[in-house]
Design a protein around this ligand. Structure first.
Ligand code: C2O
Ligand code: CU
Ligand code: CU
Length: 487
């Protein structure tokens, strides 16, 4: 089992100064691309303003790579324990937290395409939880949704074969009524899927050297330094003014290589981000939620909705040592890249990354889902979630084409990050237009902005009951979720 604490982070706090930064929810503006409708009009966000924390900077905490209980070419076994702990995020009182195999967040589970994975999940909390593998293409029975709770003190073992390509996935709880709170208090971990095709590309992949996970979360610390969910709660999405990256306040990384890969994960309950580089340089996006894109895509402004992931490569070749470089959210530097004088050449950015298949749509079953409302009034096709009701059915192997609509007016509505379990999909169109180049890969989460209509295509490979829902976790808890039975 992992050592209990993987980061004593944050000691000096100088209080909060800084400028509030409103977070817009517009789409990426890309080189040579036109952006999705965005920005100019009110985005109906109810997010609190972000405030830069004027703490001393701290080295970005790195989630430990979880040591397998057993591993060989065909199989790997892990033990994941949900537990409570404390963290010294800032000066003063320690913060009570939840974590996997540690105090806050969780480790990285590394799995290979073709391997059979066994995960012993153990709940050391005083309440039920579940272990959901977000983005994993797995049978419904082992997906860890609301139908597979693990009671306090209980252990459950799941086993599945990894069939999907290399990707950055994540895991988190999914019990009805406490998903949002448990995630807020720290339950979220990473799964790295690797495959031989992507290994041949020689992308930066040296963990913590030229390849960094970056889990982005916003939190509200109360006067006692606690993450008081009930106090921070908003029915329209719980947000906080303080950003944590991998649980680190005001983080930096030492960059000793010319190329650096960032695996960005929006693990926030409800906040959307638009990430830029401080020197206006484009990031090269190489992957989205479910794997590599066909080619790197230059992205100046990267939008990440709750649940979404994006892998980017930042090329520092032309920058001088000591030149300030940071990942920004609005005007706030949220991750500083400290450039070493002599940066090594390690890893490369190939012109082609993967050969994405054309989405199958022939003979597809069509479904249409309309997302409406805000706060306590959210619904999908006018209904709120019931564990006893199967909303949709599908067959393994039959192509699906779903039209996802955000029914809200463009001026007032909330955006709803749609997420589907057990499968990776492709975006066919957004408001009738081809999706931007960086959204043409495998996806499991797609943001539906007010008034938008997004068409997706996919094919279930496994049987079971799967959830689909808004990944604004408070909307999800309020019933913006449905279930599909795949047989
Ligand atoms: Cu990330 Cu249904 O969850
Ligand atoms: Cu999921
Ligand atoms: Cu929503």
């Amino acid at each position: 089992m992992q050592a209990k604490s993987w980061g004593l982070i944050g000691v000096v706090s100088l209080g909060i100064l800084g400028v509030g930064i409103a977070i817009g929810q517009s789409r990426p503006t890309m080189m040579g691309q036109s952006a999705r409708h965005s920005g100019m009009m009110s985005h109906g966000s109810s997010a609190t303003k972000l405030v830069a924390t004027k703490t001393a900077s701290h080295k970005l905490a790195l989630p430990p790579l979880l040591k397998p209980d057993q591993s060989n070419a065909q199989s790997v076994a892990y033990t994941v324990v949900a537990q409570s702990g404390t963290m010294a995020f800032k000066a003063g009182r320690k913060t009570r937290t939840l974590g996997y195999n540690g105090n806050y967040l969780g480790p990285v589970l590394q799995v290979k395409q073709g391997q059979t994975v066994t995960i012993t999940t153990k709940n050391d909390l005083s309440e039920a939880t579940s272990f959901h593998w977000h983005g994993a293409v797995v049978p419904g029975k082992v997906d860890g949704g609301p139908h597979e709770p693990v009671a306090a003190g209980a252990t459950k073992r799941v086993k599945f074969k990894v069939t999907q390509p290399a990707a950055t996935l994540w895991f988190h709880p999914h019990v009805m009524g406490s998903t949002a709170k448990q995630v807020y208090q720290g339950l979220a971990g990473l799964i790295y899927v690797s495959d031989t095709a992507s290994q041949k590309l020689k992308l930066p992949h040296d963990y913590g050297k030229d390849d960094f996970p970056v889990i982005i979360q916003d939190r509200q610390f109360d006067a006692q330094n606690q993450l008081n969910y009930d106090k921070a709660y908003s029915s329209d999405g719980t947000t906080g003014p303080t950003l944590l990256m991998n649980g680190t306040l005001n983080p930096y990384i030492n960059v000793k290589t010319k190329l650096v890969r960032l695996r960005l994960v929006n693990g926030s309950n409800a906040r959307h981000y638009q990430l830029t580089l401080s020197n206006q340089q484009a990031m090269q996006q190489i992957a989205d939620d479910g794997g590599l894109l066909a080619k790197p895509v230059a992205v100046k402004k990267l939008a990440l909705a709750p649940g979404e992931r994006a892998e980017v490569v930042v090329d520092t070749t032309k920058l001088a040592a000591g030149q300030p470089l940071a990942v920004m959210v609005g005007k706030q530097a949220v991750l500083n890249l400290r450039l070493a004088k002599h940066r090594q050449t390690s890893g490369r950015l190939p012109a082609n990354l993967s050969s994405l298949p054309t989405p199958k749509t022939e003979g597809a079953q069509q479904q249409s889902l309309t997302f409406s409302g805000m706060g306590h009034m959210v619904a999908i096709n006018g209904k709120t979630y019931s564990a006893k009701r199967i909303d949709l059915t599908a067959k393994v192997g039959q192509p699906q084409v779903w039209t996802l609509k955000n029914a809200q007016g463009m001026m007032s509505g909330r955006s709803h990050p749609f997420h589907l379990h057990g499968v990776q999909f492709r975006i066919l169109s957004i408001d009738g237009q081809q999706p931007p180049a960086n959204e043409r890969g495998w996806k499991d989460t797609v943001d539906l902005k007010s008034g938008q209509s997004v068409k997706i295509a996919f094919t279930f490979k496994n049987r079971g009951i799967y959830m689909y829902h808004c990944h604004n976790l408070e909307h999800e808890e309020q019933g913006m979720m449905g279930q599909i039975k795949v047989s």
